[in-house]
Ligand binder design. Structure first.
Ligand code: SAM
Length: 341
């Protein structure tokens, strides 16, 4: 084990730990970091995975789309003296940051960090009042832009597909009515309206605004598109034997990762009625169990870990397949880019 000059296992800035890395031991077991290897961490966050990978001897190229995470990681970059490159970028672009010789590993820990959730000004949570923002990269269309400007039909689609919200039409129509009087500005403003039109039932375990907030966050950050493109990019730049390890926190993301690995396993997917003539060569083989979740002990210690799912694959030497988004069966939300303007 190489000493950790960053000081602390999951803090980029040397201060108190702010984000507890999830499934860390399982990530390391699947990734197999070691001296001489180069691993790309597509979701630097507070640097928990990066720090552990560096400590195991591998060099790291780390990305994060959040400028705050990059700024906080400066001390860690200085401390690791050339073994860590930290880049402000989206993981869909990871191939641009890979060495020409390829990568030995790619790890993605999808979603938001505890720091992002905890800062009211980022607008990710309705537990604290803040501007209705939700942009991880602090640029582009905000959640307020979507709520105040998208067509009702588009809001329904966002809440339905990305939040799996059964009350989507009712909530979208209520939003349309309210925004004519006064545009939405804060997280509590939106959460309050949702609570009003979909009152909480005794058996509900979650706040009625939870699904809509999830949907807006996924839409604003194009989280599903980012994940799909990152999987394709990793396939192109991993060396044979290289590992792709992905940790997700909800079913929409896990479905994408599962479909990717199952598609890339190369098995013929035809039916009795429409047989496929040849089997494609696998570009990934499963590493360990097809899906790993957190132990009871980890889930008790860190409630965020309860919904985490890890899937991992080992790159074969077969050429990368085409980056065909249709394998994921994602709903088309592209027209929403115009926000109904
Ligand atoms: C769950 S946290 C990662 C925590 C990290 N594994 C650790 O141990 O500290 C997710 C991080 O990924 C970043 N992120 C999310 N989507 C991204 C994307 N498409 N490209 C780059 N970074 C992204 C977020 O800004 C956040 O900092």
């Amino acid at each position: 084990m190489v000493a950790n000059p960053g000081g602390g296992s999951s803090d980029a800035g040397g201060g108190p730990v702010r984000h507890i890395p999830v499934l860390l031991a399982e990530v390391l077991a699947a990734l197999e970091p070691a001296a001489g290897k180069v691993i790309l961490d597509g979701t630097f966050g507070a640097g928990g995975y990066t720090s552990a990978i560096l400590s195991a001897g591998a060099d790291v190229i780390a990305l994060d789309r959040d400028p705050t995470a990059i700024a906080a990681g400066g001390a860690m970059v200085a401390a690791w003296g050339g073994r860590l490159a930290l880049v402000h970028s989206q993981f869909s672009q990871l191939a641009e940051h890979a060495p020409v010789s390829g990568l030995d590993g790619v790890v993605l820990d999808i979603g938001v960090s505890s720091m992002q959730i905890d800062e009211a000004e980022r607008g990710f949570s309705f537990q604290k009042n803040g501007p209705l923002d939700m942009r991880m990269s602090a640029a582009g269309v905000s959640a307020a832009d979507v709520v105040n400007r998208a067509k009702v039909a588009d809001l329904i689609r966002i809440f339905h597909f990305l939040g799996e919200e059964s009350q989507s039409p009712r909530i979208a129509h209520a939003i349309e009515k309210r925004r004519l009087e006064k545009p939405f500005e804060t997280t509590r403003d939106l959460a309050g309206l949702i609570e009003l039109v979909t009152p909480r039932k005794m058996k509900d375990k979650i706040h009625p605004a939870t699904r809509v907030f999830q949907a807006l966050r996924i839409f604003v950050n194009d989280e599903l598109g980012e994940l799909a493109q990152a999987l394709f990019a990793a396939e192109r730049v991993l060396k044979p034997g290289g590992r792709l390890v992905v940790v997700t926190f909800h079913s929409l993301e896990d479905r994408i990762v599962k479909k990717f690995f199952s598609d890339r396993a190369g098995k013929a997917s035809g039916s009795r009625h429409l047989p496929i003539a040849h089997e494609r060569a696998a570009t990934f083989e499963t590493v360990g169990k097809s899906m790993v979740s957190a132990s009871e002990a980890e889930a008790d210690a860190n409630p965020r870990a309860r919904s985490a799912k890890l899937r991992a694959g080992r790159r074969t030497d077969a050429p990368a397949e085409a980056a065909d988004l249709s394998i994921f069966g994602l709903p088309s939300l592209a027209s929403l880019g115009k926000l109904g303007a």
